[in-house]
Design a protein around this ligand. Sequence first.
Ligand code: UT7
Length: 336
Amino acid sequence: MKSFTMRGAKILATGSSVPDKSLNNNRISEIVQTSDEWIFNRTGIKERRLLTGINQSVIDLAVNASLKALNKISMNPREIDLIILATSSPNDLFGSASQVQSKINAQNAVAFDLTAACSGFVLGLVTAYQFLQTGSYSNVLVIGADVLSKWIDWSDRTTCILFGDAAGAIILQGCSKENNTILDFQLNTDGNYSNHLSIAYEEKLDPHPILNLYKGSFKNIAMNGKEVYKFAVSQVPLSILKCLNSLNISINDVDWLLLHQANERILKAVADKLSITKNKIISNLCKYGNTSAASIPLALDEALQDNKISHDDIIVISGFGAGLTWGTVVIKWKCF
Ligand code: UT7
C-alpha cells in the first residue's frame, strides 16, 4: 500500500528531434500565393521542418527525442514508470504511446496518448506531476510530438505556412518537496469555440443500408486565425497572472517566458501585456514554425543547450490552442 503524502517533481533531462527536411518561405510561395515577406512579417516564421518519406510517423520523432533525453542522463529506459505522449497526430487512433514504449525498451512503463493540440505538452506535464506528487510513479517521460504536415491542406495559404513537425521530451522524477521544480499550474478549456481550430471528423452521406451507421474520415486543419490570435493574446496573460499571483511571484521575478511557439506577434503581445521585457522571451519559431505539442519542449531543450537557463531561474510556460485549451505551468529550474 502506497502512502499518498504529497511529493515534489524535478526535471532530469530534455531531448528533442526535428526532421532533416526544411521548407523555407520562398519554397512555400511556389506552392501557394504568398511571400517570404508576408509570412515573416505576420508570423516571424522563416522555415519549418517536414517529416517526409514513406512510413515515417510521429513515433519516429517521439522515439528520437526520448532517447536523446534518456542518453543525457544515462538512464536505463526500464526505470521509466509512465510515458505520456501528447499528440494530435497519432498514426493509430487507439494511441501511439505504446509503440514509443516498445521502441525505446521501456518495458516497465505504462503508456498513453493525451490529445490537447498545442496545449498538449502543458497538460501532459501537469498530468505527470499528479502521479509524481502522489508517489504513484517515480520516473515519468512526457513527450510532445506532432506531424501536422500530414493534416494540412497544402493549397490553403492561411494554414500551410504556419505548421512544422517536431518532438520534444522531458524526464521527470519524484523528489522531496524541497527539491520541487513545478511550483504551480493553471488550466482552462472553452469548448464553445472548438470550431475556431479543428481537424474535424466528417461523416459520409450514405449510411450502411441495414444498420443506419454513418462512417467518415478526418478532414484537414481548419482555422479561424484571427479568432485564435485574439483568444491567445487575451487569455494567456490572464492565465499567467492567476498562476503567478497564487504563488506570490511578481512579474519582475520571471526570468523566462516560454510560450507555445505559434506566432512571434503573439509572443510579443503577451509579453507586452505582462510588461515582460523582450529579452526574456524564448523563441525559436523562425526555424521550426508552429510544431503544436512539440513547440514548448523543443524550445526548452534548445534554450538549455544554449545555456540560457540557470539554476533557480523562474520559467513561465504557457500553452494554448485547439479545444480551445490553454494553461500555464510555473517552474523553478534546478540543475541536478
Ligand atoms: O497553435 C495555435 C494555433 N494557431 C495560432 O495561434 C494562429 C493565430 N493566428 C495567427 O497567427 C494569424 O491570424 C495568422 C498568421 C494566421 C494570419 O495573420 P493575420 O494578420 O490575422 O491575417 P488575416 O487572416 O487577417 O489576413 C490578412 C490578409 C487577408 O487578405 P485580405 O482579406 O486582407 O485581402 C488574407 O487573405 O492576408 C491574406 N493572407 C495571406 N496573404 C499572403 C492570408 N494568408 C496569407 C498568406 N500569404 N499566407
